[in-house]
Write a protein that binds this ligand. Sequence first.
Ligand SMILES: Cc1ncc(C[n+]2csc(CCOP(=O)(O)OP(=O)(O)O)c2C)c(N)n1
Length: 503
Amino acid sequence: MKVGNALFKLMSELGIRQVFGNPGTTELSFLKHMPKDFNYYLALHDGISVGMAEGYYFATRKPQIVNLHSSPGLTNAMGFIYEALISRIPLIVLVGQQYLYRLIDEPVLYGDFIKISQGVVKSAYEIRSEKDAIKTFIRAYKESITPPYGPVLISLPQDIPDMEVSEGEKVDIPKYFVSGTCDTSAIEFVLDKVKSASSIAIVAGYEVSIFSAHEELVRLAEKLNAPIYTEPYLSIFPIDSSNILFKGPLSRYKASDVVKELEKYDLVLVIGGWLNYVVFPDVDIRLNIVEVTSDFKEASKRKWDTIVCNPKDFLIKLYNMLYKGLNKNIIKRENRDLELQGDFITEVFKEMKGYLDKYTIFAEIPTYRDTLIKIIELKPSSLYITRSGLLGWALSALVGYSINGAKVLAIIGDGSFNYTPQALWSAVKYSTRLKVIVINNEGYASLSRHGVEADWLFPSTSPWKVALAYGFEAKESRDIKNDLKWLFEDDKRKLLEIRLARH
Ligand SMILES: Cc1ncc(C[n+]2csc(CCOP(=O)(O)OP(=O)(O)O)c2C)c(N)n1
């Protein structure tokens, strides 16, 4: 058996039946071994293929394979691989490399991928012998799914897939258990803190969704009568937003705003999220905090009390201990402040509300995202946002997510749209069901608020015309009510551009 066949056989046994990518000469020797029951999802930009794989991961919660074209493909896709590192998305990034026996000559396309990818992957390996191919793949796979999840790179020289390998004939898939259960002593430590606290807040992060812990989180919050905030750089919406305990997102801008909001409480439980991940870290956050996460990298950065274990296990165990011991309402319920000004964007989101049931949303609207979260009704894991701050991610991930058959909607700014419009081509090619709403405020409104006046902060474009070129039905809105009806009335791929006055 050839290495190429063996690798696909291995993927197949691991339940992986698709590859995302944009190919070049150095990948063809591998791709020609792809079995008929695999799908290759082509993106018209290397980064978009990684973004699509990330979206598909969120839809399936299974690690994904991306195949990139040597130095140009890898370097072109770096921002999206970085997103996987920050979003803790398990990916195997297979990069085609020049011939093994020619590496020393450094021909065109060659690159030191281990060096190049440093800082955007968990680890990187180059296969230097046909005997190492299977071993390397299994190692990369295991690393990608060990918390914190993330991308692992494999450099695959183009002569390797055609080499014979005997181990490949019978690939034994090792069982791999990673438990991360929480010690009783850690739970008791928190229990003591909870008992002596008179007011407790919970900050919910992306891991609540990754570990499907939303029910456990809400049950605990209700038991403690603790308000729930979402982490500052919210990337996956963790709960049901109609819950009376939901207080809204913490500010992703200033650490001092986070402190202002949370200092009212004498204990803050951060569950599966990053409290210190803000755009302007203007102050040190010094509060009585206990953070619970499966992510030792995040935990080790923080000065406050941290517990590294599975947040779902933590929530179950703490609840069970509370159930036995403490049973009092600690604070009075607070209602969410839903006072919203009646500006145009608010009206647009309110109008949209009625259509969003069953849609998973990918949002990239820097100026309006908090308003969106306040207005629309969200369920656990019904909203995804870039965690690294990479614009162009939402459209790419949206398309990847939609390949799994779900109904999806992107709500993106005109600036964000222009990073990855080619993603729309893949949606048409693979006949997925998706909708796009572009909020066009004629430029980078979120940047123009910081005291710099320059015309380069206002690039003005017409995304709907670009969408038409990629085979979408698209138009610019003249009448919000009727145009939203047009957008959602069927399953067709449609884009609606809503133009706002410049901010
Ligand atoms: C890849 C990348 N390049 C640049 C930026 C910096 N940036 C942050 S917000 C923004 C403007 C986005 O424009 P738009 O989507 O229209 O949203 P608005 O700011 O108008 O709300 C830019 C360029 C970024 N986050 N990511």
